[in-house]
Design a protein. Structure first.
Length: 220
C-alpha cells in the first residue's frame, strides 16, 4: 500500500474521531451561554436594580439610590426656593439588610444638599455640611418610601409610609408640629385687628400649643 495513502487515511481517521469531541465542546459552550442567560435574568441571590418606583438590592445600593433621588428632588425644586410642596418619588424599597441615614449620607453630595443631623440616630454628622436639609424617617429595610420637598421647611423629607415614629424621631416630630401650631398663632394674631381681644386670643393659642407640645413629647 502506498505510504502517502496510509498517512492520508490516518489523518482522516483522526479528524473523524475528533468530531464527537468537537460536538461536546459546542454543546458545553451552548449550555454555558444558556446558564449565563438564566443567571442574568433571574439572578443568584438579590440583584441590585432600580426601575421606575422599585429599589431592590443591598444596603449600599439602596442608600446610594436614595441619595441620588434626594439630590434630584432638591434640584427640581430650585435648591429650596420652590414655594410649593412636591412629592418627587414614591418608592417600594426592598433591601437585603438594614440601612440608615448614616449610610445614606455616605453617598449624598453634601456640598449640594447638606444633611448635618441624623434624625433617628439623633446625632450630628459634621462631615455633611453645616445645615440640616434632609429629614429622615425610615425604620424598615422593606417598606414604601416617599421622597418629598417640603416648602415650608425648605428641605427634603425621606419618610417611610405608615411607619410608627418613636424615640428621638417622635420628639422631633412633636417639635415640628408644635412649631407649626405656634406659627399659626403668630399669623392669626398678625391679621387680627380687635386690639385686646387679639392679645387674649394669642395668649390662649400659645398656651394651648405649649400644652400640646408637652403632652406629645411625653407620649413618645
Amino acid at each position: 500500500m502506498d505510504i502517502d495513502y496510509m498517512v492520508y487515511m490516518k489523518r482522516r481517521k483522526g479528524a473523524v474521531m475528533s468530531y464527537p469531541e468537537l460536538i461536546m465542546i459546542i454543546f458545553a459552550l451552548a449550555l454555558g451561554m444558556l446558564l449565563f442567560a438564566m443567571v442574568s435574568k433571574f439572578g443568584i441571590g438579590v440583584k441590585n436594580s432600580f426601575e421606575e418606583d422599585n429599589v431592590i438590592g443591598d444596603s449600599d445600593f439602596v442608600s446610594e439610590t436614595l441619595a441620588i433621588l434626594a439630590k434630584n428632588c432638591w434640584k427640581l425644586n430650585k435648591k429650596g426656593n420652590s414655594k410649593a410642596n412636591d412629592v418627587c418619588y414614591t418608592l417600594t424599597v426592598n433591601s437585603t439588610e438594614n440601612y440608615t441615614e448614616s449610610d445614606f449620607n455616605r453617598y449624598l453630595d453634601c456640598g449640594y444638599l447638606a444633611n448635618s443631623h441624623l434624625n433617628i440616630e439623633d446625632e450630628a454628622d459634621e462631615d455633611c455640611g453645616e445645615e440640616d436639609k434632609v429629614y429622615w424617617e425610615v425604620f424598615n429595610k422593606d417598606s414604601e418610601v416617599k421622597i418629598t420637598y417640603v416648602a415650608s421647611r425648605r428641605r427634603i423629607e425621606i419618610i417611610e409610609v405608615n411607619s410608627v415614629c418613636v424615640g428621638a424621631c417622635c420628639v422631633e416630630k412633636c417639635k415640628l408640629l408644635c412649631d407649626d401650631f405656634k406659627n399659626n398663632c403668630e399669623e392669626m394674631h398678625s391679621r387680627c385687628s380687635s386690639g385686646v381681644l387679639c392679645d387674649s386670643f394669642y395668649d390662649e393659642c400659645r398656651g394651648t400649643a405649649d400644652e400640646l407640645c408637652v403632652k406629645c413629647t411625653e407620649n413618645c
